[in-house]
Design a protein around this ligand. Structure first.
Ligand SMILES: NC(=O)c1ccc[n+]([C@@H]2O[C@H](COP(=O)([O-])OP(=O)(O)OC[C@H]3O[C@@H](n4cnc5c(N)ncnc54)[C@H](OP(=O)(O)O)[C@@H]3O)[C@@H](O)[C@H]2O)c1
Length: 356
């Protein structure tokens, strides 16, 4: 564990999404003399650790500039990411936020569930010395640009396609709806709350957008040519999707059951991911046991948003609340990233990189 000494341009507040990764990380820290801990033992300790800085991060831009950051883990229990655990989880996010402030971070991003547990309520952070952002605008950018690029590679004409968005009423889901509403043949919208879906549908129908919505994904699945999954859920199984559907799973943890990969014709990539072309390094170097991806420099859009804002010296709460992400902001933050060599990640999934 480290504490920062030099000036801190950005902080990332994150969490682990599975016990397999946590076990690899914890046992990677132990010496042969200490021996390995069982998963059961780790489960009995890990969630009780208070949020703290795990490592420093150095990031380089293609412009030649360099920024310093810290990664703060909340030590959420990955089995307790549901809404019913929000109170305990939000108190950990607040502790982690104090940690970022104490370390003097200029801008701090809330990765994955750390923004969801606050349910879009950013009031607590309004008067803090460090600026907070959810990172959802750059995440949305990498999702929409990823879908457009992957569709192009797969000869899918989006203008003639039906696009299903699972989690359509969420912050990232609504950003995708706004981006694609006039670019596809029909939007298929899914979430659990009918009331929120109806409110969204009303807006879209007023603008003559061709939509269909349902709280049941099975009702929409067979029509979908392209699917974006951005729901705060896990274990969805799309057995009945079109055989050649293009799927972007951007959930953290992943929304879809791994078995979907068993259908060889379905093309699935993990979306919302970017890549730092000049790379980043951790100190201490935990890169073999934490945050491992098929090629170096890959990171979540939410994390990269803090880096891009720090490089641009744009120290502001860029993404806040729910439903505020516009297409102009998506284009702006994406373009800012490109200036620093931060771009869409190569397509990959749980089995590695997509074949060329
Ligand atoms: N790749 C990245 O860089 C990155 C970055 C940030 C966040 N994320 C992930 O992206 C996902 C969405 O984040 P967000 O901030 O947009 O969350 P959010 O605002 O809480 O929205 C979640 C959406 O999912 C819906 N939902 C939840 N459970 C569902 C289910 N079982 N079936 C269908 N819809 C369901 C919610 O509506 P109802 O409650 O009405 O169902 C809502 O529309 C999360 O998994 C998050 O961790 C990824």
């Amino acid at each position: 564990m480290v504490s920062s000494t030099s000036s801190i341009d950005f902080a990332v507040i994150g969490h682990q999404d599975n016990w397999e990764g946590i076990e690899r990380f914890v046992n990677g820290l132990r010496t042969p003399e200490q021996g390995k801990l069982s998963v059961e033992k780790i489960k009995s300790i890990f969630p009780f650790i208070p949020p703290r800085v795990l490592f420093n991060v150095q990031v380089k831009s293609i412009t030649g500039s360099q920024i310093n950051g810290i990664y703060i883990d909340t030590f959420f229990d990955p089995d307790k990411l549901d809404i019913q655990y929000s109170k305990a989880n939000s108190s950990k996010v607040i502790q982690a936020a104090s940690c970022a402030e104490k370390e003097g971070a200029r801008i701090t991003t809330l990765g994955g569930f750390t923004s969801i547990v606050l349910e879009g309520n950013f009031n607590y952070f309004a008067r803090k010395a460090t600026k907070f952002t959810t990172g959802n605008t750059l995440t949305a950018a990498y999702i929409v640009k990823g879908v457009e690029t992957a569709a192009g590679q797969s000869h899918i004409n989006l203008a003639n396609s039906k696009l299903l968005i699972v989690g359509a009423t969420g912050d990232i889901g609504m950003a995708c709806v706004t981006y694609f509403k006039n670019k596809v043949k029909q939007l298929l919208l899914c979430a659990r709350s009918l009331n929120r879906l109806e409110n969204l549908a009303k807006f879209l129908l007023e603008e003559n957008v061709n939509i269909k919505f349902s709280v049941s994904v099975d009702e929409l699945l067979q029509d979908a040519d392209v699917i974006i999954c951005v729901a705060s859920t896990t274990g969805l199984n799309f057995r009945d999707c079109k055989k050649d559907a293009l799927i972007c799973d951007a959930g953290y943890p992943k929304n879809l059951d791994k078995r979907i990969h068993d259908n060889p014709e379905v093309q699935l990539f993990h979306g919302g991911m970017g890549q730092v072309s000049m790379g980043f390094c951790f100190n201490p170097d935990y890169s073999n046991s934490i945050y491992c991806y098929p090629v170096p420099g890959i990171a979540h859009g939410c994390i990269l948003e803090a880096m891009v804002l720090a490089f641009e010296n744009k120290i502001e709460s860029y993404s806040t609340g729910r439903g505020n992400i516009t297409t102009d902001k998506i284009e702006e933050i994406y373009a800012c990233g490109l200036k620093h060599g931060i771009t869409l990640a190569p397509f990959h999934n749980a089995y590695g990189l997509w074949p060329d």
